[in-house]
Design a protein around this ligand. Structure first.
Ligand code: 9MG
Length: 271
């Protein structure tokens, strides 16, 4: 029997992609004005954190140079910082982008490579901001070709433990670390569902859990829906993750998720 573990502090992270080829919003926010207006609407809808990314991480996406990622994200971070004190997370794996984003006002790093790129551990340690370490098998270019595990939960958990240890050894304070099983990053539907069910076990690694399931391909495949019709599937996974101990939900549909999470919070209070 899977235990219910509702985080009293559960937070909603709203996604702003500034990439022309993002899988879930079709690159709708790839100009500064549009991305800024979108971020402001997510804040009005109840986001607790805004996650800004300048490189698509969808399966098969091509990498971009750090200069281009900085050009796409830093003006938006600076503009948002002028009007709001909301925590801003930079979705990047590149140390140069981390530095530029934090200098412009970002206060968290969301790293799908779990700080495995050259110099990323050292730079993240110097920046002294919270860092999310995510599991990924392979690279965004190859990860969905044939993902395999003998024991997906054990392997993801061991990987996250090792990345926590590497971050600690680099001088990143433990209280600044978050972890994420990386749904859809080198995983089949069965892998994703096993990891979702194992969230209470991953929580025993002792760090807050960030979970990103919103609009992902798994929902499209199970329900046979394109990316713009995955709201109800996304909400049901958000509620499931919230009941199983997620601390931060990374989502596109903030207002709807805030209502769903509000109900879970009320339920958590009677425990
Ligand atoms: C950038 N990005 C896309 N999906 C993600 C997920 O599931 N987790 C995190 N941390 N970042 C993600």
């Amino acid at each position: 029997m899977t235990e219910l573990t509702i985080s009293p502090e559960i937070k909603i992270m709203g996604v702003v992609n500034t990439t022309p080829d993002s899988f879930s919003d079709g690159g709708k926010f790839d100009s500064l004005d549009k991305a800024f207006a979108h971020a402001q609407s997510l804040i009005a809808d109840g986001a607790d954190i805004i996650d800004i990314g300048g490189e698509s991480t969808r399966p098969g996406a091509q990498p971009v140079e750090p200069e281009e990622e900085i050009r796409r994200t830093v003006p938006l971070i600076a503009a948002l910082r002028e009007v709001s004190a909301i925590p801003i997370s930079i979705d990047t794996s590149k140390p140069e982008v981390m530095q530029a984003a934090v200098a412009a006002g970002a206060s968290m790093i969301n790293c799908i490579w779990a700080l495995r790129l050259d110099n990323a551990l050292e730079v993240a340690a110097e920046l002294e901001v919270p860092v999310c370490l995510m599991h990924m098998q392979g690279t965004p270019q190859t990860m969905q070709q044939d993902p395999r595990y003998d024991d997906v939960v054990g392997e993801v958990s061991d990987f996250l433990r090792r990345r926590i240890d590497a971050a600690l050894a680099a001088g990143i304070a433990e209280e600044r670390l978050l972890i994420d099983p990386g749904f859809g990053f080198g995983k089949t539907i069965e892998h994703n569902l096993r990891l979702l069910k194992a969230l209470p076990q991953l929580r025993r690694l002792g760090r807050p859990l960030l979970v990103g399931l919103s609009r992902k391909k798994m929902i499209g495949t199970i329900l046979d829906k394109p990316a713009d019709q995955r709201l109800y599937g996304s909400l049901s996974l958000a509620v499931t993750a919230a009941l199983l101990g997620a601390d931060i939900l990374r989502v596109h549909d903030v207002a709807e998720t805030a209502d769903a999470v509000g109900m879970v919070r009320a339920f958590g209070e009677v425990f």
